[in-house]
Design a protein around this ligand. Structure first.
Ligand SMILES: Cc1cc2nc3c(=O)[nH]c(=O)nc-3n(C[C@H](O)[C@H](O)[C@H](O)COP(=O)(O)OP(=O)(O)OC[C@H]3O[C@@H](n4cnc5c(N)ncnc54)[C@H](O)[C@@H]3O)c2cc1C
Length: 530
C-alpha cells in the first residue's frame, strides 16, 4: 500500500527573503556547555557521535545553506538580518524523519546526547518560534506528509503534521470536504504548525480557530513516548489533553499526526461590502451581528488608513468586507442580519468588487519584502479583546505607537470575531536615519523594532487586550509572557518541567526559563547579541 507521502502532492517551505551575498553566519554566538566525555556538543567527538547516531535513523544534512534555511522564519527582524547574510543561530544538523517512529528515535538520540531539538515545519512563523536558539538539532517535520484517511460520514480527516495547506485542501476536496482553515500563510504553512501556534484562518468566523477543528493528536513526548489525545466529538475524562499541545509551539511535544474536523463543501457563496463613517461604528455593527448569531466566514473591518491604502476608502471612512459560504438559506439570513446592523450604524454600500479584490490579493506579501529591502522597520501585532474594550485597545495602541520616535504609521483591522469580542490586527512601520541595510555599526533598527513592540504590546495589555490572537509567542513575545499571564505563567513553567525536565524541546521559547544559555533576545543591557 502506498504511503501518504506517495499519494499526495508536496508543497515545500517558502524562504521569506533572499539572503544577502557571502557566507551566511550566526548572528548570535551561543556558548556550548563544555563536556569532556564527548556527550553533548562541547567536543568534536560529541558532534561526530550525534551525527552518526542520527544518520542511522533518517536523512540528515549539515550542508550550510540547508542549516541556514532552517535557522530562520518570517520574523521581520530575522528577515532584515537575512539581508546581511545572518541567521539568528545555525543548528548543527537538520534531521528529516519520515514517520512517527523515526521522530521518536531522533528525540531519544537528542535526549541521550543532551542536545536541544527544535521542530521546524513551514518556517512561516512571524515570531521566531522555530529558530534553534541554542543550535543543536533541527527536526524538519516536512517528510511526515499527506492525508492518511478520510472518514467522509463523520467529516474527520487524519493528516500527517508536515502537510501544507494546499496539499491538505486538494486532497479533502476530492471527498467534497473542506477543513476551512485558510490563514494568510495557507500556501507556506503546515497542519502541525497551525496546531502548534494555535492559528486562525481568514474564514474563522464561520469555521473557528484551529483548536475548534482538532479532534485528536498524535504527539511524541520529550522522553520518546508516543501518545494519542482526543479522538471523539466531545469528552469529559479530565482536562482536554489535546489542548496541552495546541499552542505549545514545539516546547511540550512533537505533533506528528492530526485528526481534523471537515465541513461539506458549501453550495453557496455571497459577498457584501460597506463603508462606515468611523471605525468605532463599524465595530459596533460587527458586534451586533455576531451577538445576533450571524457569523459570516469573513467579516473584516479596516480603519481609515488601511481602507484608503487597500480597500477603496476615502481616507476618513472604514470598510467592512463580508463573505459567507454555506447553505443558501443560512447565507441569505446571515447577510441580511449583517446588512441590518451595518445600516443601523450609518453604513453605506461599498462596491462588491472590494471583496473580490481582497480575495485576489489577500495572501500577497510582496509589500513586506519591499519595505524590508528599503530598510523600514515593519511588523504586525494581533491581539484579542472583548467587545467592551475594542475602542480602547484601538485608540491606546495607535497612540502609543505614534508616540515612539521614528514611527511612521500605525493602522488596524478587525479580522476574526467571537460572541464576546474580536481580534484586532495592527500594522506598524518605522523609519531609521541609517538607510544602509548593511550598516552594522548601528543598532538603530533593532532598537526601534523593540521600542515599537514594547509600546504596542504594553498598550494592548493595558487597554484590556491579550498578548496574542494567532501569531503565537515564539521568541519575540517571550518577554511579555509573565506580565500577560500573571501567576498562571507558573503553571506553564511547571508543565514544561514535568513534560520536558531536561529542556530538550525548543528551549527558550514561550518566555520559558532555560538553563541552556543566556537568552540572545531581547539583547541584554550590556549589548550581548547585538
Ligand atoms: C505572510 C504571513 C501570513 C500569516 N498569516 C497567518 C494567519 O492568517 N493566521 C495564522 O494563524 N498565522 C499566520 N501566520 C503565521 C504562521 O504562518 C503560523 O504561525 C503557522 O501556523 C506556522 O506554521 P508553520 O508550519 O510555518 O510552522 P513553523 O513556522 O515552522 O513553526 C512554528 C512553531 O511551531 C512549532 N511546530 C511546527 N510544527 C510542529 C509540530 N509538528 N510539532 C510541534 N511543534 C511544531 C515550531 O517548533 C515553532 O515553534 C502568517 C505568517 C506569514 C509569514
Amino acid at each position: 500500500m502506498p504511503t501518504p507521502s506517495e499519494t499526495n502532492k508536496r508543497t515545500q517551505p517558502t524562504p521569506p527573503i533572499a539572503f544577502g551575498g557571502g557566507v551566511i553566519r550566526s548572528r548570535w554566538k551561543v556558548a556550548a556547555p563544555s563536556d569532556e566525555e564527548g556527550v553533548g556538543l562541547g567536543s568534536d567527538a560529541g558532534v561526530i557521535a550525534l551525527l552518526r547516531d542520527l544518520a542511522a535513523v533518517c536523512p540528515t544534512s549539515t550542508e550550510h545553506l540547508t542549516l541556514a534555511e532552517h535557522a530562520r522564519d518570517w520574523w521581520p527582524l530575522a528577515m532584515r538580518w537575512a539581508l546581511q547574510s545572518q541567521v539568528p543561530q545555525l543548528p548543527v544538523v537538520v534531521a528529516s524523519p519520515r514517520n512517527t517512529e523515526e521522530v521518536q528515535r531522533v528525540v531519544r538520540i537528542c535526549a541521550a546526547h543532551d542536545v536541544p531539538l527544535t521542530v521546524t515545519a513551514g518556517r512561516s512563523g512571524v515570531s521566531g518560534a522555530s529558530i534553534p536558539l541554542f543550535g543543536g538539532v533541527v527536526l524538519d517535520i516536512n517528510d511526515l506528509h499527506g492525508v492518511v484517511s478520510v472518514d467522509h460520514q463523520s467529516g474527520v480527516v487524519e493528516v500527517m503534521a508536515g502537510t501544507f495547506g494546499p496539499d491538505l485542501e486538494a486532497e479533502v476536496a476530492r471527498h467534497s470536504l473542506t477543513v476551512g482553515h485558510f490563514p494568510q500563510s495557507f500556501d507556506i504553512s503546515t497542519v502541525g504548525g497551525w496546531v502548534a501556534c494555535l492559528g486562525a484562518g481568514q474564514f474563522s468566523t464561520r469555521y473557528g480557530k484551529i483548536d475548534e477543528m482538532v479532534v485528536g493528536l498524535e504527539v511524541v513526548l520529550a522522553d520518546g513516548t508516543i501518545i494519542r489525545t482526543g479522538g471523539a466529538p466531545a469528552a469529559a475524562h479530565g482536562p482536554d489533553l489535546s489542548s496541552l499541545f495546541i499552542g505549545s509551539e514545539g516546547t511540550l511535544g512533537i505533533i506528528t499526526r492530526v485528526w481534523l474536523r471537515a465541513h461539506d463543501l458549501a453550495p453557496t457563496r455571497r459577498k457584501a461590502a460597506y463603508f462606515f463613517p468611523t471605525f468605532s461604528a463599524g465595530v459596533r455593527a460587527m458586534r451586533e451581528a455576531i451577538r445576533a448569531d450571524a457569523t459570516p466566514a469573513v467579516l473584516r473591518l479596516y480603519d481609515a488608513v488601511e481602507s484608503q491604502r487597500s480597500h477603496g476608502g476615502d481616507g476618513r471612512n472604514s470598510t467592512l468586507i463580508v463573505l459567507d459560504d454555506g447553505d443558501r438559506e443560512i447565507v441569505d439570513a446571515t447577510l441580511a442580519v449583517v446588512e441590518r446592523c451595518a445600516r443601523t450604524h450609518g453604513a453605506v454600500d461599498a462596491p462588491q468588487e472590494r471583496v473580490d479584490h481582497w480575495l485576489a490579493h489577500r495572501n500577497d506579501t510582496s509589500g513586506l519584502q519591499a519595505l524590508t529591502h528599503k530598510g523600514f522597520v515593519i511588523d504586525t501585532m494581533e491581539v484579542a479583546a472583548p467587545w467592551s474594550k475594542m475602542d480602547q485597545v484601538y485608540g491606546e495602541v495607535c497612540a502609543a505607537v505614534s508616540a515612539v520616535g521614528g514611527a511612521r504609521s500605525v493602522s488596524a483591522h478587525v479580522s476574526h470575531s467571537y460572541l464576546d469580542g474580536a481580534c484586532i490586527y495592527f500594522t506598524f512601520v518605522g523609519q531609521i536615519s541609517s538607510r544602509d541595510i548593511n550598516d552594522e555599526t548601528t543598532t538603530e533598527h533593532q532598537d526601534l523594532y523593540l521600542a515599537l513592540w514594547d509600546a504596542a504590546q504594553r498598550a494592548a495589555l493595558h487597554a484590556g487586550g491579550n498578548l496574542a490572537h494567532h501569531h503565537g509567542v515564539g521568541l519575540n513575545r517571550g518577554r511579555f509572557m509573565r506580565e500577560a499571564l500573571g501567576d498562571a505563567f507558573d503553571v506553564l513553567v511547571r508543565m514544561k518541567q514535568a513534560l520536558d525536565p531536561n529542556d530538550l524541546l525548543n528551549p527558550g521559547k514561550l518566555g520559558l526559563p532555560t538553563a541552556r544559555g543566556e537568552m540572545a533576545f531581547p539583547p541584554s543591557p550590556n549589548g550581548m547579541a547585538r
